[in-house]
Each structure stands twice: as C-alpha cells, then as structure tokens.
Design a protein around this ligand. Structure first.
Ligand SMILES: Cc1cc2nc3c(=O)[nH]c(=O)nc-3n(C[C@H](O)[C@H](O)[C@H](O)COP(=O)(O)OP(=O)(O)OC[C@H]3O[C@@H](n4cnc5c(N)ncnc54)[C@H](O)[C@@H]3O)c2cc1C
Ligand code: SF4
Length: 337
C-alpha cells in the first residue's frame, strides 16, 4: 500500500492550487480508471485531489452549441435529450463503450484522460516506456494484436482507448482547461498527442491543468453519421478499430466529411487528405473505397496486427456507407452498395 494524501476540492482554483508541485498529485473523478491503476501499482500518486464536488456537472447552451461540464457522467451525456437529438454521433460512441455501471460513474474529463489498455503498461513486472520512461517497449515485437497501426514511434506503439473521444474529434470539440497559469482552450485535435520520444505524456495538458469543460460547436451532423466499433466481444470490450463518420450531403454529393478512427493510434486518428478527397464527390461505394484506400496506405502494422489494416479499410467503407444512408447502426442503403 502506497501512502497518499487525500484532498477534497470545493472550487476549481482550490483543486488547481492543491495540485501544487512535487506531490505527484492526481485529480480523481469517477475513479473507474485511476483506482484500477493504483491497485495495479501503475499509478502511485502522493496526493489525490477529489474533484467530484466541483460545480462542473451541467450541460449548457453555449455559442450555438453545448458546453459539457467535466463532471457530467458518460451516462448523463449519452442520454441527454439535446445530445441525442443534435449530436447522436456522440451519444452512440459513448454507449458503445464500457458498461452501464461504468458509464454511470465515469466522467467526461476522466474519459479524455483515461490511460492506454496496453497489457505491458498494466503489468509492472515488465518494462514500459510509458510507465517507466527509458525502460523499453516490449510490445514492439511482442504481444501487439491491439496496438497501433498509425503514428507509433520506436518508443511506444500503444493506442488511445476512448470511444467518446473519437466522436469528439469528429465533431471538432474544444477542451476548456484551468491551471496554475490560468484558463485556456485546446482544439480537440491538439489535446491528445502521438508518443514520439516521450510516451509518458498522453495529452498536451501542462502539470496541474485540469479539464473543466468540453464545448461542442453548433454543427452536430445529426442526419448522416455513424459510430462503428469493431471489437472482440459485442460489449465491454475496447475497439480494435472504430470509425466515427459524419457527413453533410447536398443530394447525393458530399459537402462536408469528417472521418476519425479509434483503436489504431495513440490519439484519435484523423486524415485531412481523406476528408478532402470525399468533399464534392458523389456518396458512392467507389468514393468511400478511395478514402479508405488512402487512409490505410499509410498504415504501419506491428508483428501481430496486420489484420487491423484490412479491418480498418472495411470499417471505413462501411461507416461512410451507413452515414450516407442515414442508417447509423447497422443497415445499409442499396443505393450506394
Ligand atoms: C472494464 C472497463 C471497460 C471499459 N471499456 C471502455 C470502452 O469500451 N470504451 C471507453 O471509451 N472506455 C472504456 N472504459 C474506460 C472508462 O470510460 C474510463 O475509465 C472512464 O471514462 C474514466 O473516467 P473517470 O471519471 O472514472 O476517471 P478517473 O478514473 O477518475 O480518472 C482517470 C484519469 O483522468 C484524470 N482526470 C479525471 N478527471 C479529470 C479532469 N477533470 N481534469 C484532468 N484530469 C482528470 C485522473 O487524474 C486520471 O488520470 C472502460 C473501463 C473499464 C474499467
Ligand atoms: S506500447 Fe507503450 S504502453 Fe505499451 S509497453 Fe510499449 S511503451 Fe508501454
């Protein structure tokens, strides 16, 4: 048992102040990831700052979109009437993740900050650059079926595990943070990072900064969207490959396309070239195939996950097909087969 201080914050500034420096502090919200990591001895905080009493549990109208407080639970968010109606892609992605019990406890902020599910990261008997910088990455050439096929580095090939974040990336959300140097906004695309030579850092948050809210812009792609999650079991499993597809159509022509993959990289994986390729084209199987081929042409599979490349190719095509047909969950439209 590692000793740690426990502090319950009443305001955001109290929480940020309590973080201090040199305590190896962690904020704790739902605890569904952090407590597991502490039990496995992966995380050894010297101080836990309980943020569950902060007034960050609301979903409010904001600049034509919505502002989601960092403590809104995944369940509350997924079932909120405004989210279901205006941002069903987000609702769908959240409900594809974890279990009902976990979603009741898990928070919006915690979901963004959840750690990778790489087996070695959780096993303190093995080295891991993310857990112990400089110790090595046994996943490279090891058991790497679930690992990255895009954006990996010689130091880490882990993937980002969240479903919710894949939808937030497609919706171009903005993360609001508060820290020792004040408040700032981070575009969702810049919030998570690739491992590079410092896999210990999952995000661009600075020490002591906490997430206070996530903003959704007005455009929700409520008509033509899909969150497609492919995994080993139909529930309670992380994505091997997932696709968030959101289209704005003008008749049969694609006016705007957003396409983000999950389960394949250290951050939600978005390909601007593929989105540009889709724009202005007819919503046909050929168009979707071309976008899928372009994206997977850059894949660099590991020793045991080449299957993900073909899985991603097919998932992209199917996700886009479902989105274009307005049948987000399963059916496909014969027009575009
Ligand atoms: C068995 C199991 C299955 C799961 N399956 C899925 C799945 O299929 N898909 C999926 O997406 N997720 C899945 N999850 C993960 C789950 O969604 C996350 O554990 C949850 O979202 C984390 O939220 P939390 O509030 O409990 O975070 P906590 O455990 O409290 O914290 C997690 C991390 O976030 C930090 N943190 C928390 N809040 C803030 C904040 N406001 N600002 C800054 N840092 C903060 C903490 O310091 C900690 O590092 C699963 C989890 C389990 C245990
Ligand atoms: S892939 Fe990343 S998290 Fe997994 S063992 Fe390698 S360094 Fe650690």
């Amino acid at each position: 048992m590692n000793r740690f201080d426990y502090v319950r914050a009443g305001t955001v500034s109290e929480a940020v102040q309590a973080f201090g420096s040199g305590q190896n502090a962690r904020f704790i919200a739902g605890g569904t990831n952090l407590i597991d990591l502490m039990k496995y001895d992966v995380e050894r905080p010297g101080r836990l700052i309980d943020i569950t009493r902060l007034p960050l549990g609301q979903i409010e109208e904001h600049e034509g979109g919505l502002r989601i407080g960092a403590l809104v639970t995944n369940a509350t968010l997924a079932y909120d009437a405004r989210i279901k109606e205006r941002y069903p892609l987000l609702s769908s992605a959240i409900l594809a993740g974890a279990s009902a019990q976990l979603r009741n406890a898990a928070s919006t902020g915690g979901n963004l900050l959840q750690r990778t599910r790489c087996y070695y990261f959780y096993d303190t008997a093995t080295p891991c650059n993310k857990r112990e910088p400089g110790s090595g990455c046994p996943a490279i050439g090891g058991v790497n079926r679930i690992h990255a096929i895009f954006g990996a580095s010689p130091d880490c090939i882990a993937t980002h595990p969240s479903d919710m974040c894949i939808a937030l990336a497609a919706l171009e959300a903005t993360v609001q943070v508060s820290g020792p140097e004040g408040e700032r906004s981070i575009a969702f695309a810049d919030f998570h990072r690739l491992p590079g030579d410092d896999p210990s850092r999952d995000t661009t948050l600075k020490p002591g900064e906490m997430v206070v809210a996530v903003d959704l812009p007005a455009q929700g792609f409520a008509t033509n969207y899909t969150y497609l999650k492919l995994r080993d079991r139909l529930s309670y499993a992380f994505a091997l490959v997932s696709v968030a597809a959101a289209l704005e159509l003008d008749g049969e022509t694609i006016r705007t396309a957003r396409l983000v993959l999950g389960g394949v990289a250290h951050k939600p994986w978005r390909n601007a070239q593929a989105e540009a390729l889709l724009q202005g084209k007819p919503a046909t199987r050929e168009t979707f195939q071309a976008a899928a081929d372009l994206i997977v042409s850059e894949a660099q599979p590991q020793s045991a996950n080449a299957f993900k490349v073909e899985l991603a190719r097919r998932a992209i095509r199917r996700g886009l097909t479902q989105a274009a047909a307005g049948t987000p969950q399963s059916q496909t439209d014969k027009r575009i087969q």
